[in-house]
Structures are given as C-alpha cells and as structure tokens.
Write a protein that binds this ligand. Structure first.
Ligand code: PTJ
Length: 245
C-alpha cells in the first residue's frame, strides 16, 4: 500500500479531486487536459521542488510582502487542488483572493468558487465583476474593481494565454506558478515558479513567513537580484537533463 505522501498516491488524489470538480461544474472539462500537461512536466522535474523553483519562490514571497495591494487569482483547477493553501498564503501576505476563470459558464463557475472558499472560511472576490482589464477578449478580462483591477501584484497559476501580458500592460507585477517554463504566462511574468502549485503554494507561505523579518531594503534586494529569464533557462536545463537520461 502506498503512503499518503507518495507521489503516486498524491497524483491519484488530485486526479480524483479534479474529476469530482468536473462533475460538479466548478472545474471546466478542459481543466483535465491542463492537469495532464502539468503531470507530464512534473514527472520531468522529478515531482519535487527544484533549487531553481526555491529561488523563484523566495523572490516571489519578497515581492508579495512588498506589494501594497496583492491579489491571488484562482480558477477552477486551483480551487479544487489548493484552496486551503491559497487561504494560508493570503493570510501570510495580507493578500486578497479573486475568482477569475477562462471557460464558460464563467459567472456560475465563479460563484461556485466563491462558495467553495466561503465554506472554508474565506471571503473572496469574483462574484461581482465591475471592471475590465484592457486588451483581453476572454472572460478573464472581467474582474473586481477592488481586486485584480486595482492590484499592484497579481499571483496567477494554471493558465496560459495573454492575461499576464495584459496585466503587465496595466502596470502590475505578475508572479506565475507554472510547470511549463515555455508557456506565454511563464515567459511574460516577472517571477515564474516552475513547480506544481500543490508544492509551490506552501513553500511560498513558508518563505513569506521567514522573510517577514526582513526590512523593505532587504526585500527589494532579493527581488532585484532575481532574473526570470535566467531562472527559466535553468528550469529548461533540468527538464532536458531528465529527458536525456
Ligand atoms: O478554470 P478556468 O476556466 O480558468 O480554466 C483553466 C484552464 C486550466 C483549463 C486553462 O487556464 C487552461 O487551459 O490552461 P492551459 O493553457 O492548459 O495552461 C495550464 C498551464 O498550467 C500549463 O502550462 C500546465 O503545464 C500548467 N499546470 C498544470 N497543472 C499544474 C500546472 N502548473 C502548476 N501546477 C499544476 N498542478
């Protein structure tokens, strides 16, 4: 019998959560495809957090602590895989959480996400979309004025597409968690953590808790010395090394 921390056991647990999410409608059926893509890439990085991802997580935690209006954006997949870890991170970084999805029926699915978080004791934004992010034609454009619209730092995950670019054009800093270092999201973000969200989110909370002892100057230094381009290159090296073994 597999232990509860064994990657195979966890992988079945997450698949099951997503399957149930698709049945209830909170997860879009395409979410299963996104998850499969993630599983394949996770396998290539050894289903563990690399040193490289740790460096990115440290810079991301520093940026979240420096932010004045940080927002964590959650969609269907993220909600069923890691709602509790999101709530913990939001508390540590004093961030808002907002439901934002790509696939229809967007309003209904966002309501379900808000409800899922409410049941876990967290009030999140997304039920009301009273602002738009310019340059986006998808549902992702519809946001909350007090949330993503006025955020200075946005944490995004489990998505690819043009949103990161649009958020950056709107003057925001973007942190992404993405197992694919070559996705548009990963390449356009200011800081990309190439890791599985189920490991990266608790790591971010841990790093933020530790970095809370640092002053603004020290936090700024951590962010400044981080290069996303270099970090992505390193992640690609890890993947190609695994693939050539
Ligand atoms: O709930 P919605 O409507 O917003 O739909 C969301 C999905 C996930 C369906 C949508 O955004 C989508 O299709 O995403 P993509 O284009 O498949 O991109 C998802 C990215 O996340 C890919 O680069 C995957 O490798 C990556 N990914 C998948 N699972 C994980 C992951 N990254 C980190 N942790 C994971 N567990």
């Amino acid at each position: 019998m597999l232990s509860k921390n064994h990657p195979r056991y966890l992988s079945l647990k997450y698949r099951h959560a997503l399957e149930n999410g698709v049945k209830s409608g909170i997860v879009t059926p395409t979410g299963m495809i996104a998850h499969g893509r993630g599983e394949a890439l996770d396998y290539l990085i050894g289903e563990r957090t690399t040193k490289n991802a740790m460096k990115a997580a440290e810079a991301a935690a520093a940026l979240l602590l420096l932010a004045k209006r940080p927002v964590i954006s959650v969609n269907g997949n993220v909600s069923v895989l890691a709602a509790e870890e999101i709530i913990k991170l939001a508390k540590v970084c004093d961030a808002k959480i907002e439901a934002n999805v790509f696939y229809a029926p967007a309003a209904k699915r966002k309501r379900m996400i808000v409800e899922l978080f409410r049941k876990k004791g967290a009030h999140i934004l997304g039920r009301i979309s009273d602002a738009k992010i310019k340059g986006l034609s998808s549902e992702r454009a519809n946001v909350s004025k007090e949330g993503i619209f006025s955020a200075d730092v946005v944490l995004v995950m489990l998505e690819d597409g043009d949103r990161t670019e649009a958020l950056k054009k709107a003057g925001k800093k973007v942190i992404a968690i993405d197992l694919n270092p070559l996705s548009r999201t990963a390449k356009k973000a200011d800081i990309t953590i190439v890791d599985n969200i189920v490991r990266a989110l608790p790591l971010l909370s841990k790093k933020a808790n530790t970095l809370k002892r640092k002053n603004i100057k020290q936090l700024k230094f951590i962010v400044k010395k981080f290069s996303n381009k270099r970090n992505i290159k390193e992640s690609l090296k890890i993947i190609s090394k695994a693939a050539s073994k």
